[in-house]
Design a protein around this ligand. Structure first.
Ligand SMILES: Nc1ncnc2c1ncn2[C@@H]1O[C@H](COP(=O)(O)OP(=O)(O)OP(=O)(O)O)[C@@H](O)[C@H]1O
Ligand SMILES: [Mg+2]
Length: 267
């Protein structure tokens, strides 16, 4: 803990991009971060410089021992930064995982090394829409981040969030959910109108936005965080702002380029 889940009713809206880039920003600012991939697509590892052929992950450990500690599959990719890839998987393994996740207290009891560590920020990435993992994580999640694209189809999903329809219940039991409008392009009239709609109608649920920026795509192709690829890009700026807002909501101390999870403990 703290745990941020990044999910969305829509696919291709920037969940993995935001998870990985926020992980880098927090780690660079001094927070110990574990980025967990709960999407069988197993793509998040690529954002952390892992080679395509390296298909290690926590899923293979589960088949041999369903109660295995996921911590053994962590990969240290940078100072303060650890990634837990899903791994290449077969359906039989995914069924075992879903059965374990459906067990009461599996994450709190069996995966407490990761989910009950007060000094680690966990960022969890999910497949689009409902998943057993999203439901299970909702029990240990402090804040849910929901990227949506500034288009009509994406915004039409807002009522689904308002009515708690994604999980047929709250996305977490603590700080609630915050929407990030991603791929915003102010040159497009519809985009500007959707931003206005979002500001008026999502108000307290709207965390901020990330502009559409080719640096994001190019950085991903080079397996780099966007801030490293182009520190002056609008997306790098936007993501840093989001990280600071998240840190404030979570009660971290934000000071002189550092973000500390437990300011009182570190004094
Ligand atoms: N702000 C942005 N500007 C430009 N391109 C972006 C931006 N954010 C994400 N993208 C691009 O959009 C595509 C989808 O992003 P990403 O894979 O992060 O979405 P996702 O929600 O995780 O998708 P999935 O539902 O498949 O898991 C990627 O090619 C990514 O580089
Ligand atoms: Mg993704």
């Amino acid at each position: 803990m703290p745990v941020i889940s990044i999910c969305s009713p829509k696919g291709g809206v920037g969940k993995t991009t935001l998870t990985s880039n926020l992980a880098y920003v927090f780690a660079k600012a001094g927070t110990k971060v574990v980025a967990i991939d709960l999407d069988p697509q197993n793509a998040m590892r690529l954002y952390f410089g892992q080679p395509l052929q390296d298909d290690r992950g926590f899923i293979s450990k589960i088949e041999t021992d369903p109660n295995a500690d996921w911590v053994d599959a962590l990969i240290n990719v940078d100072r303060n930064l650890f990634v837990l890839p899903f791994g290449k998987s077969r359906q039989a393994q995914r069924l075992i995982l879903d059965a374990k996740l459906a067990e009461e207290g599996y994450l709190r009891d069996r995966q407490s090394t990761i989910f009950c560590n007060p000094d680690i920020l966990v960022l969890a990435d999910f497949p689009p829409g409902y998943s057993v993992a999203l439901k299970a994580l909702s029990e240990v999640t402090d804040l849910t981040l929901v990227p949506l694209i500034a288009d009509a189809a994406s915004i039409s999903q807002f009522s689904m969030l308002q009515n708690d329809e994604l999980l047929e219940g709250p996305l977490n039991h603590r700080l609630g959910y915050y929407i990030v409008l991603n791929m915003v392009d102010n040159r497009i009239k519809l985009n500007r109108e959707i931003q206005e709609f979002a500001t008026h109608n999502m108000s307290e649920h709207l965390l901020g936005m990330v502009h559409a920026d080719t640096s994001v795509v190019e950085a991903a192709a080079l397996q780099q965080p966007v801030a490293e690829f182009n520190h002056n890009s609008s997306a790098a700026f936007d993501i840093e702002v989001l990280a600071k807002k998240l840190a404030t909501i979570l009660g971290f101390e934000v000071k002189q380029g550092t973000i500390l999870i437990n300011p009182l403990r570190d004094q």
